[in-house]
Design a protein around this ligand. Structure first.
Ligand code: CTP
Length: 446
């Protein structure tokens, strides 16, 4: 019996795939099809699959051509499969010509001519693109523009801001200083205006029937935040809190480990986020244009606290050193949260520097994420007995922004909220910012 193996993603199965499978089968008596796992595709930079693994497997199965289906999960697996399954022939389309010659050592390698004129990328591209408008001038908008280029099916359609800005990335985009004009041309907006304007900009967009991805905090008060989510629900629109860290694979995994009991019961979470780059402490800086440390960093720093302990804390205290109290600019803020079974500390600063690490302590061990933890691809689970320590690495593309855009686009397309930051966490974040602005529970440092 001649065993043949072939691999692919088989997203939105098309006749090019079917023709390949038929010809692969004809090369022998038994056909094994390896379908790539979602994680493996993510690490290869294929982040735009429309269908999850199970659906792609079901589609290949439904062709009735494969005798066996396996999942391809890691780099180098092919050699393993070929040996283990006693494969005689490895085959793929000619788009891979030469790439798999190294497998000749283990079996025969055959490249089959690719069917002209069809590919999953084209099938995906035929769907109308999601037109996203940018609102505001925050510096990280250029990262968003660049990351959006990796995501199929989205298009940056223009900018609304008081001025266009000097970055080369924005020069060719449609620009307007009238919000209504931008809203007319887009399906959705990404809001990066100053935090005090988030509520107004989000509300206006939702009222105009546009989906919203908004930098955290979405509003300056808990009540306003709730109102916006209710409005989005009423209008069947997607409203997502843009905390990119939530979309980093390493962060997602360490969260699951912490919640899954890997370090016992969690007793404390300590998250530090600082940077001096924004220059708020430089003499003569126009602070009215700056985000304070709380809005710039605290939403990301509070994310692990709320995702692990929940949002129902018993007490909290801010320790704040203001740079300019009138402009509400804090150079440094530490927040202590007290929960029934644990405590958490968040330290954020734009006018002070500290090690930007995350430590989650439990009754059996702890999770350590080195700086800068909010865009990490690596963490360690550590125990008393160091021999049991484990290190974990995960691919991170575009600091999480790329995956965040994918989640947003998929949510808009499917009408289901796919945010990794749940509504009650967004609301709790807005609530903390509200208390900070009201100087509630605050001890001021000189
Ligand atoms: N294939 C083919 N003819 C096509 C498209 C794909 O013969 N028109 C083959 C590929 O060479 C590969 C297999 O089908 O051996 C699975 O391809 P996959 O990577 O899933 O599909 P593509 O349509 O090429 O996907 P994409 O556009 O996302 O790269």
């Amino acid at each position: 019996m001649v065993k043949v193996i072939t691999y692919g993603t088989y997203d939105m199965l098309h006749y090019g795939h079917i023709r390949l499978l038929e010809r692969a089968k004809a090369l022998g008596d038994y056909l094994i099809v390896g379908v790539t796992s979602d994680d493996y595709d993510k690490t290869r930079g294929k982040i735009n699959n429309q269908q999850p693994l199970m659906e792609r497997i079901a589609a290949v199965e439904a062709t009735g051509i494969a005798d066996e289906i396996i999942v391809e999960e890691y780099e180098g697996q092919k050699i393993d499969d070929i040996r283990r399954l006693g494969v005689d022939i490895f085959t793929v389309g000619s788009d891979w010509k030469g790439y798999f010659d190294y497998l000749n050592e283990y079996c025969k390698v055959i490249y089959l001519p690719r069917t002209e004129g069809v590919s999953s990328s084209e099938v995906r591209a035929e769907r109308r693109k999601l037109r996203i408008g940018l609102v505001g001038t925050a510096v990280f908008r250029t990262k968003f523009i660049n990351e959006s280029k990796y995501v199929n099916g989205v298009d940056i359609a223009g900018i609304f801001a008081t001025h266009r800005g000097d970055e080369p990335e924005v020069q060719d985009l449609f620009y307007t200083d009238k919000y209504a004009e931008l809203l007319e041309r887009v399906d959705a907006v990404y809001i990066i205006s100053k935090p005090e304007k988030h509520y107004k900009h989000t509300k206006q967009a939702l009222e105009a029937g546009k989906h919203v991805l908004c930098e955290s905090p979405i509003a300056y008060t808990r009540e306003e935040c709730q109102e916006l989510y209710a409005l989005a629900t009423e209008k069947n629109l997607i409203l997502m809190d843009a905390i990119k860290t939530a979309y980093s694979t390493a962060y997602e995994r360490l969260l699951l480990m912490a919640k899954g009991g890997k370090i016992g019961k969690v007793v404390s979470v300590d998250a530090v986020c600082t940077s001096l780059r924004d220059g708020i402490s430089i003499e003569g800086t126009d602070l009215s244009k700056k985000w304070n440390s709380m809005c710039g960093w605290a939403p990301a720093a509070m994310l692990p606290v709320f995702q692990i302990f929940g949002t129902d804390y018993k007490a909290k205290v801010f320790y704040t050193k203001f740079q300019d109290k009138k402009e509400n600019i804090d150079a440094f803020t530490k927040i202590d949260f007290v929960y029934p079974s644990g405590v958490a500390t968040v330290k954020v600063a734009k006018g002070a520097k500290a090690e930007g690490e995350l430590v989650i302590a439990g009754t059996k061990g702890y999770i350590y994420v080195p700086a800068p933890w909010w865009k990490t691809d690596y963490f360690e689970v550590r125990y008393e007995n160091a021999e049991e320590n484990k290190r974990f690495f995960y691919q991170l593309d575009g600091e999480g922004i790329r995956y965040e855009i994918v989640a947003f686009a998929k949510a808009v397309e499917s009408g289901r909220n796919m945010s990794y930051v749940s509504e009650h966490i967004s609301e709790a974040i807005a609530g903390v910012i509200e208390d900070f602005n009201d100087r509630k529970d605050m001890i001021e440092l000189e």
